[in-house]
Write a protein that binds this ligand. Structure first.
Ligand SMILES: [Zn+2]
Length: 460
């Protein structure tokens, strides 16, 4: 692997749980699916609470039986060890890289026990020993090991745990250079900075409840597409203070909706197609801030260069979506626009070159293969929403055309009608986890990082 990942707080240079797993000859299986209406793990803040798992072997069989009646302590120990491997596979799927584990906090081990059996701790040691072997001191945890008169399907043990994870994933490149800090705003929105320039991609933070979607517990006002566009300026102000460039992939409201306010506030140079630029002009953004492109340009600025690639929009509406409308400088637009007036206007992708790092930023779940060939970005912001499944062999074609990038960060996978802080668990399960699983097979050398809203990722 070209890149080694380690958590931000990592003083211990040797901390590499995945290498430890390999040394132990352990290959993580596909995470077992939940068997009822629950999920494998829930992250809140920097803690992950994992659901209870049992000793399911890779072939699907389980270790059944009662300690003290059917199974010896050694057999129970082995069952607990297999359970640990299963929980590690869940964690790996959620985090992309186990080195994001800062600390294993708490373990609850339940042992299927005959009433006279009292050696539950010796059984659960099978779990704890492996966790400490893999995570070292960070694996030492508080624990309870208790007896149960019965467990689901007669399994020998069931074990749950709580894990603390790094707020920021830090990925180090052996080539050095200035670290790149990348913050995910949700949708296809990013702030990327190498310390010299601050570049925003499709920065959409308002996350309006519009067009009929939204979270049932979200009590913010609902917007119709015919309503006037509105930006949550207080929210934007609390997250965006400066920007040098804004790259706009297309004109839809969940990409361009906040750009008029952000462009005016920061004075950033805006690069977008004619339709996007016409919208910004309508909002009074001065011409010297605006760069109209159509795809094919490769522009050098002082500390930053950007190549623009023509693209394709996501195959919405079961592939029936197509919008040929365009604006230009003769279009009569009056700000504020209605949400529905934020039309696509065509789609672009950007190869943004920073000090030592190149980032290929996508704004939708589609691309023109030959436009990506030969670019070989070291960081790919890969569009990963469900509509990609309407395309032929999307994951493989994308990772292959981009040369199997060392770092892959899924973008546009969340529900952008939910405010920050709402659970994105449904989209994580539906979009992210299956992609991470496939990416691991197609591009085993890539580190896939799962971005968390508003939490910086640092690439060294
Ligand atoms: Zn769109």
């Amino acid at each position: 692997m070209l890149f080694a990942a380690s958590p931000v707080c990592g003083q211990d240079e040797d901390y590499d749980p995945e290498k430890r797993l390999a040394e132990l000859g352990i290959e993580l299986p596909t995470p077992p699916s939940p068997v009822a209406n629950y999920v494998n793990g829930v992250q809140t803040g920097n803690l992950i609470f994992l659901a209870g798992k049992g000793p399911k072997r890779p072939d699907g069989t389980e270790i059944h039986g009662k300690l003290g009646a059917d199974l010896t302590i050694e057999e129970g120990y082995e069952a607990a060890r297999i359970t640990a491997i299963n929980q590690l596979s869940v964690l790996k799927a959620m985090l992309g890289d186990l080195s994001r584990v800062v600390r294993v906090v708490k373990v609850l081990g339940m042992v299927n026990s005959d009433p006279d059996f009292v050696d539950q701790p010796a059984v659960i040691n099978g779990f704890s020993d492996l966790i400490v072997e893999v995570f070292g001191d960070r694996g030492r945890h508080a624990r309870a090991a208790v007896g149960m008169t019965s467990l689901p399907r007669g399994q020998a043990v069931e074990i749950e745990l709580v894990v603390e994870v790094a707020h920021e994933a830090e990925v180090r490149s052996p080539t050095g250079g200035m670290p790149l800090e990348m913050t995910y705003f949700g949708t296809a929105g990013w702030r990327i900075s190498d310390g010299r320039v601050v570049v925003l991609v499709d920065p959409y933070l308002s996350r309006l409840k519009y067009g009929g979607g939204g979270h049932p517990e979200d009590d913010r006002p609902a917007f119709a597409r015919t309503d006037l566009a509105w930006s949550d300026t207080a929210l934007i102000d609390s997250h965006i203070t400066e920007a040098d460039f804004i790259l706009c992939t297309h004109g839809h409201f969940d990409h361009l909706g906040d750009v008029p306010y952000i462009a005016r506030k920061t004075g950033a140079k805006v690069i977008g197609h004619e339709t996007a630029i016409a919208i910004l002009r309508a909002y009074g953004i001065p011409d010297d801030q605006l760069y109209t492109v159509k795809g094919g340009e490769d522009y050098q600025f002082d500390d930053f260069s950007v190549r623009v690639m023509p693209g394709l929009h996501s195959a919405l509406g079961e592939k029936h979506y197509y919008d040929s409308r365009r604006y230009d400088d003769r279009t009569d637009l009056e700000a504020p626009l209605r949400i529905e007036q934020f039309i696509e206007g065509g789609s672009l992708n950007f190869l943004a070159r920073f000090d030592r790092h190149t980032v290929l930023a996508m704004g939708s779940m589609n691309f023109i293969e030959r436009e990506f060939e030969g670019l070989e970005p070291d960081i790919l912001l890969a569009g990963i929403n469900g509509s990609r499944l309407g395309l032929y062999d999307y994951d493989r074609r994308l990772l292959t055309a981009t040369g199997f990038p060392p770092v892959v960060i899924p973008t546009h996978w969340d529900n952008f009608r939910f405010p920050y802080g709402s659970s994105q668990q449904a989209n994580i399960e539906r979009n992210l986890l299956p992609f991470i699983e496939t990416a691991r097979t197609i591009s085993p050398g890539s580190t896939v990082i799962t971005p968390v809203h508003l939490e910086p990722i640092r690439i060294r």
